[in-house]
Design a protein around this ligand. Sequence first.
Ligand code: MTE
Ligand code: MO
Length: 223
Amino acid sequence: MAKSGESGVFGAIRDKLIARKQDWAREGRLLTGAHGTREVDRLPPGQRLVRDWPVLDLGVQPAIPRETFRLIVDGLVETPMVLDWDGLMALPQSEDVSDIHCVTAWSRYDNRWSGVRAADLLAAVKPRPEARHVLFQSSDGYTTNVPMPAFADDDVMLAHGWDGAPLDRRHGGPLRVVIPRLYFWKSAKWVRRITFAAEDQPGFWETRGYHNHGDPWMEERYG
Ligand SMILES: Nc1nc2c(c(=O)[nH]1)N[C@H]1C(S)=C(S)[C@@H](COP(=O)(O)O)O[C@H]1N2
Ligand SMILES: [Mo]
């Protein structure tokens, strides 16, 4: 605590008032909550918080047993791979807690994902310098695309678990992509192929009026 430096009874009172005001500042007292507090900053513009977890897809939820699961990782990489389930599990396994922001305006906090960090996949396949875009293909025919730096973020996961249990088929199990810093349509469910490319290739929603990048904090919904 900063001392006012005065002696005597007035100094003591002054010190007490200063201490209380310093406490208020530390606690953010009298803030309206309209701006500047962590909870508000956590919810991107135009979003509302939900507690359940909506399911959104094209109407097909492919069944992919772990026995026949394959993930192709190809394109501009030193070491292309076809990972079966054991191969996926042989990569470093991690957990990450992150928020979901869907372009249909719901957000869901604190999703605990388990799986392989994109950073660890990148270390294994070693993209070439010309690889500037990442293209995803899913078993339901869905496609989406992100710039390389968005895929390389440390919170990006290939997730096979959610909240301590295997990821539900409805939510993209056995394996989906999770890219928390972009709208959730960029997070391909039932992912079967990840291709590193020099040229961008807009995916399913990106060619149907949605933004090519999709940053929720910039409200990049349509474009
Ligand atoms: N394969 C595939 N991935 C997909 C989709 C899809 O239709 N197919 N929909 C996207 C959209 S629009 C959203 S909002 C999220 C929904 O994921 P959830 O059903 O787990 O909430 O998945 C994204 N990934
Ligand atoms: Mo979505």
